[in-house]
Design a protein around this ligand. Structure first.
Ligand code: ZN
Length: 63
């Protein structure tokens, strides 16, 4: 039995600067991350990626 320990990195500042939060998932978005701004709303890269896949599915519907 052992405790799961996460690696700790001290290279980053302890309090990263937040620039806002994702309008889709509500997750904080930090400066330096990939940020998508659409019509004044911020979206994180993860949500934008899922948006793209949804759009591809709609446009590429072969059924
Ligand atoms: Zn998001």
């Amino acid at each position: 039995m052992y405790a799961l320990q996460e690696p700790r990195y001290w290279l980053e500042p302890p309090e990263p600067e937040t620039v806002g939060y994702c309008a889709e998932c509500g997750q904080d978005i930090y400066a330096g991350e990939d940020i998508w701004e659409i019509k004044g709303e911020l979206y994180c890269e993860y949500c934008m990626d899922s948006f793209k896949k949804e759009a591809e599915n709609e446009n590429g519907n072969c059924f």
